[in-house]
Design a protein around this ligand. Structure first.
Ligand code: KIV
Ligand code: ZN
Length: 499
């Protein structure tokens, strides 16, 4: 078998998507799920970019055992030392060095000649070798670089110690045949190329990122950079679920190329990334969109009932769909819940299970069917509530099409309950104004996103807000079957993190 290494950059390039920033705890949570998904390499961040990111990369490197943890660095001493600081003591570290090689970058970004770039690449790789065995080198904007120069830089990087050569289509400019010939030419023209794994990194500016990545695999690339839900800078990166499922479903076309991804974890990972970044997955997104396995037309439905693969090229269960279907209901007991919690990977003592069971029972009064994702939300809500300084006691909202919304909010702070009333542009705004009256914290709401956790009209809503308060940028989340309650919980969660 020809193993295709899956290099996941959701936590680095994915996080570069405007508005997708993650806290270090969220990065760790996603990284642990990526490990469960079976990705080979997790690019956890760009340590020199901020102390928070350095810490996040370190946390991921210490906790993740099976996957390699990677940190990004420019070819600068301070960047390499930042990766060394975050990953120097972890068991499976990789450094990813990058340096642009295209004429346009050399002329306008660096104002440097080709010879200088060659030297910088070589010196940085040699320096990285002092701290790391596993070095990946990316000639940024490779697809728009002069071929001869690109080949010389790659050869030099390998001579100086790079073990993986990643070929970025940084601005998503290429098309599949062009990528194929580039990878083929790299294999045929660089004398020491056999000492390195060839990797591909495609952006989706023309909607070709996954197709280009697969074309690179056909030409001999053995590592693919990708992200969950295709998240990433601008239009995003090649999407992990598309690349992995294309290799699996079209095994006939890709020879014996295989990944070791546990595809049944794809949907769960996609949901987690969506909920933590606040980037909602469009319903028509391949593999993970809500409509990806839904059949609307009568002709299709009829045929599916006769033989599924008349209109289905993969089994939804293979990506984890159906695994999270209806699990429990009003009459389920605490043993059934405890077993389900254990199956979902939660290690909780009997007291915590008792608390979650109470919440579960309260939820069954509001909601007929309880799904795995509802249970995960209950556990997360409980963990968040434990850390709350400001705690929601109650809300009442009066709203309608032709009245100014009014909110009455009560919050507990240090055992004392305070109440306030306020109006607003909408019911959420009214609630947030009332909260501000109580806390007296000056805040600015940067983003607000609401998503249904499961399906049905009675589904729980998950709200994610990004807030600036006390000069800090924080993210808060809250869930409930009542979206106004979820909104206030998310807002308080964000404020609590600033205290
Ligand atoms: O798109 C790009 O070129 C990158 C590099 C850092 C590999 O993300
Ligand atoms: Zn990129």
């Amino acid at each position: 078998m020809n193993k295709i290494i899956i290099f996941d950059t959701t936590l680095r390039d994915g996080e570069q998507a405007p508005g997708a920033s993650l806290t270090s705890d969220e990065k760790l949570e996603v990284a642990l799920q990526l490990e469960k998904l079976g990705v080979d390499v997790i690019e956890a961040g760009f340590p020199v970019s901020s102390p928070d990111d350095l810490r996040a990369v370190n946390m991921v490197g210490r906790r993740v055992k099976k996957s390699v943890t990677c940190g990004l660095a420019r070819c600068l001493e301070k960047d390499i030392l930042a990766v060394q600081k975050s990953l120097g003591k972890v068991s499976k570290p990789r450094i990813h060095l990058f340096l642009a090689t295209s004429k346009i970058h050399l002329q306008y970004k660096f104002k440097k000649a080709e010879q200088e770039i060659l030297e910088i690449a070589c010196n940085a790789t040699r320096m990285a070798r002092r701290y790391f065995d596993d070095i990946e080198f990316s000639p940024e904007d490779a697809t728009r670089s002069d071929r001869d120069f690109l080949f010389r830089v790659i050869e030099a990087a390998i001579t100086c110690g790079a073990r993986t050569i990643n070929v970025p289509d940084t601005v998503g400019y290429s098309y599949p045949q062009e990528i194929y010939s580039l990878i083929r030419d790299i294999r045929n023209n660089i004398p020491n190329i056999n000492k390195a794994v060839i990797s591909i990194h495609c952006h989706d500016d023309l909607g070709l990122a996954s197709a280009n990545s697969l074309s690179a695999v056909l030409a001999g690339a053995r590592q693919v950079h990708c992200t969950l839900n295709g998240l990433g800078e601008r239009a995003g990166n090649a999407s992990l679920e598309e690349v992995v499922m294309a290799l699996k479903v079209r095994h006939d076309a890709f020879g014996d190329c295989n990944t070791t991804i546990n595809t049944k974890e794809i949907l769960r990972t996609s949901h987690l990334v969506s909920s933590r970044t606040g980037f909602i997955v469009p319903p028509n997104k391949a593999i993970v969109g809500g409509n990806a396995f839904r059949h609307e037309s009568g002709i299709h439905q009829d045929a599916i009932l006769k033989k599924r693969n008349t209109y289905e090229i993969m089994d939804p269960k293979d990506v984890g769909m159906g695994e999270t279907e209806l699990v429990l209901g009003k009459h389920s007991g605490s043993h059934a819940l405890a077993k389900r919690l254990a199956d979902l990977g939660f290690k909780l003592d009997s007291e915590k299970i008792r608390i979650i069971f109470e919440k579960f029972k309260a939820l069954t009064d509001k909601k007929k069917e309880i799904f795995d994702d509802d249970i995960v939300a209950l556990v997360e809500e409980e963990m968040r509530e434990k850390k709350q300084v400001y705690e929601l006691v109650s809300i009442k909202v009066i709203t309608g099409t032709d009245i100014v919304p009014q909110a009455f909010v009560a919050i507990k702070y240090k055992r004392k309950t305070s109440q306030a009333q306020s109006s607003g542009d909408g019911p959420v705004d009214a609630c947030y104004n009332a909260v501000d009256k109580i806390t007296k914290i000056k805040t600015k709401l940067l983003s607000y996103k609401l998503e249904a956790i499961t399906k049905g009209k009675d589904a729980q809503g998950m709200v994610r807000v990004e807030v600036i308060a006390k000069g800090k940028n924080t993210v808060g989340r809250g869930s409930s079957t009542d979206i106004l309650e979820a909104s206030v919980k998310a807002y308080l969660d964000a404020l609590n993190k600033t205290l």
